[in-house]
Design a protein around this ligand. Structure first.
Ligand SMILES: *Cc1c(COP(=O)(O)O)cnc(C)c1O
Length: 454
């Protein structure tokens, strides 16, 4: 049993329903506010951007929501994904801990993101949507949604953060292979983009700006285009729970149960997707698993942001939610983990961190790449720099076990592979990467621009 490396589920074990943590939240939800009035939003406001089926999921408190059969059929192209026991990493660390990782890099675009892109495209198709708009940072979300829209015959416009558009040309081509259009944001196509360019023609863009552009295009399309978001929202996190639901079964195959669960958190979707089914066991089954969200010290949303109401985007067009935030006008330093650069965090994760159900830990860039390379040299997989934040925390926990002699079971989510991140690895090998702590005065300044919620 324990000499097994991979725990693989049969396709018949692909989950039939997603897990919705709103059924089990230990604290009541905070209202979602209209960015203009700061009053609770109505489904009408959201229906400009999303089909009603996704709005219903966003607000649902049903514990399980059935996965439509056409979505399961597409999931089967790469799901269930494998769970590995990291025997070789354990040996390299000389730790008594058992380390497991769930690998989402086997999806066609190399990350967990199609787990929500596919159902979002499906529900939009069902509602008659002809075209979607979205933003993308490093390009993982844009490529996932492009693949999904292509499967369902929906047009797609992707607003890609300009600095990534220039630094990651190959991810852009992946998006174009699936038939979507890609624009470097800020663009001249939107009022907001034009205003940003007027103030700074060399603006490198940011996720917040790109979201504003994609939202503006959908909101002013007269209903012909809808908008799709790849993280943060409840329904997105819920779609990702296929990861953790499979992992629960795979841990059972391995005959172990995790003492510690770890995921990296940008907007929070892969972390929640992996961790929430285990939190369900904590809440309802007396399990006591520690759950840790890993984030970069350069974008320390959970560890140093405020837990307060803030806008979801820079232009203040997206709803206002209570979350950990570094301020909606946050322009992040250019660390090499583009997927972890959002100013906010999913509201449910923020609430659970605030309530003490989830721990948060920030890790530095150099230590993260060191763990990434150690992982590649022992397990063979070159991880996405985002995922490497989770590896760093898993390695630190395994080393703590070595020091204490404890034989804990550690499981982390390997959210994607790093095959499009060679510029970052090259910079690391050349000694060009630096640690960076986001400055406290920048956080304090951004907190002055929060919406004044009564
Ligand atoms: C997008 C991305 C992330 C960060 O997004 P979350 O919503 O926090 O999961 C992490 N890892 C990979 C590989 C990604 O593509």
């Amino acid at each position: 049993m324990s000499d097994q490396y991979k725990y693989q589920l049969d396709e018949s074990k692909l989950p039939k329903a997603w897990y919705n943590i709103n059924a089990d939240m230990p604290i009541p939800p905070e209202p979602v506010l209209n960015p203009q009035t700061l009053e609770p939003i109505t489904p009408d406001f959201l229906s400009v951007l999303f089909p009603m089926s996704l709005i219903m999921q966003e607000m649902s408190t049903e514990r399980y929501i059935e996965i439509p059969e056409p979505v399961r059929e597409i999931y089967k192209l790469w799901r269930p994904t494998p769970m590995y026991r990291a025997h070789r990493l354990e040996k390299a660390l000389d730790t008594p801990a058992h380390i497991y990782y769930k690998y989402e890099g086997v999806s066609p675009v190399g990350s967990h993101k199609p787990n929500t892109a596919v159902p979002q495209a499906f529900y939009n198709k069902e509602a008659g949507t002809k075209a979607l708009t979205t933003e993308t940072g490093a390009g993982q979300w844009g490529s996932a949604l492009a693949m999904a829209c292509n499967f369902f015959g929906i047009d797609l416009e992707v607003y890609m953060v300009k600095v990534s558009y220039n630094h990651k040309p190959y991810r852009r081509v992946v998006i174009e292979n699936y038939g979507a259009q890609v624009f470097a944001s800020p663009t001249n196509r939107t009022n907001y983009g034009r205003s940003v360019l007027a103030a700074d023609p060399n603006s490198p863009g940011s996720l917040g700006i790109a979201i504003s552009e994609a939202v503006e295009v959908a909101a002013t399309s007269g209903g012909s285009k809808k908008y799709s978001l790849g993280s943060v929202l409840n329904h997105v996190l819920m779609h990702q729970t296929v990861i953790g639901l499979e992992a629960l079964e795979q841990m059972e195959m391995a005959g172990e149960y995790p003492d510690i669960i770890i995921g990296c958190a940008g907007g929070g979707s892969n972390f929640a997707g992996f961790a929430y089914p285990f939190l369900h066991q904590n809440f309802t089954n007396g399990m006591k698993t520690r759950v840790i969200a890993a984030e970069p010290a350069s974008c320390p949303t959970l560890t140093r942001g405020s837990y307060t109401f803030d806008y979801g985007d820079t232009a203040q067009m997206a709803p206002v939610v209570k979350m950990h935030t570094l301020g909606h006008d946050f322009i992040p330093p250019s660390i090499h983990a583009g997927g972890l650069r959002y100013h906010g965090m999913a509201p449910s994760i923020s609430a659970l961190v605030n309530h003490g159900d989830i721990e948060a830990r920030a890790v530095q860039q150099l230590a993260t790449f060191e763990a990434a390379v150690q992982f590649a040299r022992s397990e063979g997989i070159v991880p996405a720099p985002e995922s490497a934040h989770a590896i760093r925390v898993a390695v630190d926990e395994a080393l703590a076990c070595k020091a204490s002699g404890e034989k804990k079971v550690i499981a982390f989510n390997l959210s994607g592979h790093g095959h499009f991140d060679m510029m970052a690895y090259q910079a690391y090998h050349r000694g060009e990467l630096e640690d960076y702590e986001y400055p406290a005065d920048a956080i304090a300044e951004a907190m002055k621009h929060l919406p004044q919620v009564g």
